[in-house]
Structures are given as structure tokens and as C-alpha cells.
Design a binder for this molecule. Structure first.
Ligand SMILES: Nc1ncnc2c1ncn2[C@@H]1O[C@H](COP(=O)(O)OP(=O)(O)O)[C@@H](O)[C@H]1O
Ligand SMILES: N[C@@H](CCOP(=O)(O)O)C(=O)O
Length: 314
């Protein structure tokens, strides 16, 4: 008798940075992978190339499990558009780690799942928020670079490196078991004032996160780093307070670390960021790039349609 089990995994989109908060950072013949929704016409359906399934296979391999239980049918209904700054790759990594955890009956808790996510997507902002939910601040513990160099680790699009299949073996042809350090990512859930809503204006073009990272400088002026750190310290608390202080939040959401370098990738960005203000648009609290863009994120307490119409028409 065939034992059938149906599981459903839901992972939300995420908006990273919020202005100054930039961080860097077997033969499965009986496995069927299908897609509907965003990206379904061009996402790879080979389980060794698809980001969700290769992540799940990595989690299984790290626990000495060779592939998915079969037969298995995986259907992904994706609502997060690719390459828009809404954390689609982070969500895919979280979904893959959860898939590996469930199909391997591993019983990993959320903190441990975060370690696996961070081996693949090395900046914690999207994966920590998608996994834990809500308004989440996070950082990556500094580890020995060796921990991340194992060729068996699949990489999310952000890192642009694929694992050649033959590199998953040692010199004697034995499968390498990946190791995953403990406690890589630290996070804290922050309070968020209930009346603050997020408006996202999603352009019809993609900017791959990897591209948006290549345009960033390797070093920054001290005054720009201080500018961001001062604002970030104020912003996390300002967003928790009711009623929200629009002037405080608007200025605390200014950034000098990533948006200025990315503006040429997003036509109209400088004009939008400098013209849409709480004084011209009552109800608005702040405006920034969502993640690496091109989506624009506006925070507001009312007049949502008016604010989004202005940004859409800019
Ligand atoms: N649901 C998904 N299934 C498979 N791959 C995905 C999925 N979501 C995202 N990806 C991969 O991640 C890429 C987008 O990642 P990235 O450039 O970091 O943009 P984003 O800002 O949306 O995270 C897509 O081109 C695709 O290769
Ligand atoms: N801090 C990262 C966030 C990337 O988010 P994404 O949603 O665009 O993948 C960065 O700014 O590069």
C-alpha cells in the first residue's frame, strides 16, 4: 500500500533595507516539479537546478539523506515576482529548507532552519524575515571562510555561483556530506506600529540582486556610514511608536550606502525619492527602495491610493 502525504509550505515576500538598514551581505526519476504563477514560464524544473529543490536536496544531504522520498510531486504556486526586491530568492531558499526538513523528517527548529538558509543566501535580511515573520532585524555571525567554501553548498541567485555536479564528491568518488555551523544568524523581532502600512510599487522590469550588488563600492566614506548608522538607530524604534512621527521617520529612512549607487538601474528613482514627502503627501511616513530594487516601498498611515498613484505616474 502506498502511503500518501500532502504538505503545504507558505513563505511570504520580504522587503529588505527600509532605507538605511542595508546589509551585505540520485536519480529522482519519480520526482515531479511543476509551477504556476510568477516566473513559471522560465524557472528551471530540473530538481538540481531549481533553487527550491536544490536547497531541499542540500538540507537532506547535510543529514546524510540521499535525495527526496519518491514518488513525490512538488507543485509551487509562486506569487512573488522575480528580481524586484521583494525577496523571491530568499523565499525560495526558505521554502527549500522547509521542504528538506519535512521530507527528511528532520525535526529542525526555526533557528536551525535559519542556519541552513544562511549557508545559501548569505545576507540574513530576507530569509530571517520570511522565516520568522514580521519586522525583523538580523546579522550574520562572522565565521571562518572555510565554512562557506564547501563546493556542495548551492548558492542563491544573489551569489551567482553554481556547484558543478562533480564537486559533490571527494577525490575517491565518495559523496561529501556538507556541514552546517550552528547559530550563524542572529535576529530579533521588532515592534511595528499597527497603523503603518506598506505600499509597494513594483516596476515591470527585473534587476537581479547580484547586478544591484555589483554596482556598490567596496569601501565607503566614514561620514556616509555614520549617516546611515545614526538613522538606523532611530528608525527601528520610530517605526514602533504610535502615533508615528512622520518627520522623524522620513528623515530616518534616508540612505547613503546603497540607493545612490543603484539609482541608474531604476529610471526615475532620484526624482521619486526627492519629490514624494510627508509635506507634499499627507499620510506618507517614508519612501525607499525595497531590497535591492527596483520595487519602491512607501510607508504610510493613510491616503494609500493617492501616494501609490503619484509614484506610479512619476
Ligand atoms: N519560487 C522560486 N523558485 C525557483 N527559483 C526562484 C524562485 N524565486 C526566485 N527564484 C530565483 O531567484 C532569482 C531572483 O533572485 P534575486 O535576483 O535575488 O531577486 P529577488 O529580489 O526577487 O530575491 C530568480 O531569477 C530565480 O532564479
Ligand atoms: N540587503 C540586500 C537586500 C536584497 O534584497 P532583495 O529582495 O532585492 O533580494 C541588498 O540590498 O542587496
Amino acid at each position: 500500500m502506498v502511503h500518501q502525504r500532502k504538505i503545504q509550505i507558505r513563505v511570504p515576500s520580504t522587503s529588505a533595507n527600509i532605507g538605511p538598514g542595508f546589509d551585505l551581505s540520485n536519480s529522482n526519476k519519480d520526482i515531479t516539479l511543476t509551477y504556476s504563477g510568477e516566473g513559471s514560464s522560465h524557472v528551471p524544473l530540473s530538481i538540481h537546478q531549481n533553487l527550491i529543490t536544490k536547497t531541499a536536496l542540500y538540507v537532506l544531504a547535510s543529514n546524510n539523506i540521499d535525495g527526496f522520498p519518491s514518488p513525490m510531486t512538488i507543485h509551487v504556486n509562486n506569487e512573488i515576482p522575480f528580481g524586484r526586491g521583494l525577496g523571491s530568492s530568499g523565499a525560495a531558499v526558505v521554502a527549500g529548507v522547509m521542504l528538506g526538513n519535512i521530507t527528511g523528517d528532520l525535526g529542525l527548529n526555526k533557528d536551525r532552519l535559519l542556519d541552513y538558509c544562511l549557508m545559501i543566501e548569505r545576507h540574513p535580511d530576507n530569509v530571517a524575515a520570511a522565516l520568522m515573520g514580521g519586522f525583523v532585524a538580523s546579522y550574520l555571525r562572522e565565521l571562518d571562510p572555510k565554512d562557506f567554501e564547501a563546493p556542495v553548498i548551492p548558492h542563491s541567485e544573489t551569489l551567482e555561483r553554481e556547484t558543478p555536479a562533480d564537486k559533490t564528491m571527494d577525490v575517491d568518488g565518495r559523496e561529501l556530506t556538507p556541514t552546517v555551523p550552528n547559530g550563524i544568524g542572529h535576529y530579533i523581532k521588532l515592534n511595528w506600529a499597527r497603523e503603518i502600512k506598506a505600499i509597494t510599487i513594483v516596476p515591470q522590469f527585473e534587476v537581479a540582486t547580484a547586478t544591484a550588488r555589483h554596482v556598490l563600492p567596496l569601501t565607503y566614506d566614514r561620514q556616509d556610514v555614520v549617516f546611515n548608522l545614526q538613522r538606523l538607530a532611530v528608525l527601528t524604534t520610530a517605526l514602533s511608536q504610535s502615533p508615528p512621527d512622520a518627520d522623524l521617520i522620513f528623515h530616518a529612512m534616508q540612505d547613503k550606502i546603497h540607493q545612490p549607487y543603484r539609482r541608474h538601474l531604476i529610471p526615475g528613482l532620484p526624482e521619486i525619492l526627492s519629490s514624494v514627502k510627508p509635506t507634499s503627501h499627507p499620510g506618507l511616513l517614508g519612501i525607499c527602495l525595497s531590497g535591492a530594487g527596483p520595487t519602491i516601498l512607501a510607508l504610510a498611515i493613510n491616503n494609500f491610493d493617492k501616494i501609490s498613484d503619484t509614484i506610479t505616474k512619476s
